[in-house]
Design a binder for this molecule. Structure first.
Ligand code: NI
Length: 179
């Protein structure tokens, strides 16, 4: 296991569409090591989600781990570490809510992004099983943020008002506005 380097906005590989994880790779030592490295990297950098393209691996694979309790996103229900292989997302209700998003590939910045708050995710888990998961609220935003990385998109692409993009120090001092 190892902490991998996260590539930052401006690196062209963050803007590529990632390839599906091939079936032959499921349950391989290679993917087991990759997922373990992603977990180490997520915890070392201190985030709630990480997509494989962020460590310069062009595969449709992401992990999410939401700590419970009070966070800068409000009071959250915890979500244990979950690995999403080849995820697809379906919006079940297009009513949106906004959060101040951050991204390990866009260090030091926060931006207000509105997204649909009720989604269904279909994915393959680490056992190779097909899973369908319905989520409302903040986790729905997290999934959309992470899976956007698999299509070469960053949260700033989803912003409606660029005046709501802030450095963290200014966010702490002057934000949030429009929340
Ligand atoms: Ni991100």
């Amino acid at each position: 296991m190892a902490v991998r380097r996260i590539i930052n906005m401006g690196h062209p590989n963050l803007r590529q569409v990632a390839k599906p994880v091939p079936e032959a790779m499921l349950a391989s030592e290679e993917i087991t090591r990759l997922i373990a490295d992603m977990q180490d990297t997520l915890r070392d950098y201190g985030g709630i989600g990480l997509a494989a393209p962020q460590i310069d691996v062009p595969l449709r694979l992401a992990i999410v781990e939401i700590p419970g309790g009070p966070t800068r996103y409000g009071q959250l229900a915890p979500m244990p570490l979950t690995t999403f292989i080849n995820p697809s997302i379906e919006v079940l209700d297009d009513r949106c809510a906004g959060f101040w998003e951050g991204c390990l590939s866009v260090p030091g910045l926060r931006g207000f992004v509105t997204r649909p708050q009720h989604v269904r995710v279909r994915y393959t888990d680490i056992e190779g099983q097909s899973v369908s998961l319905e989520q409302k609220g903040f986790p729905a935003t997290v999934f959309q943020h992470e899976f956007d990385h698999l299509d070469g998109r960053l949260f700033i692409d989803r912003m409606d008002d660029m005046s709501q993009l802030m450095f963290e120090a200014e966010f702490d001092k002057y934000g949030p506005i429009g929340d």
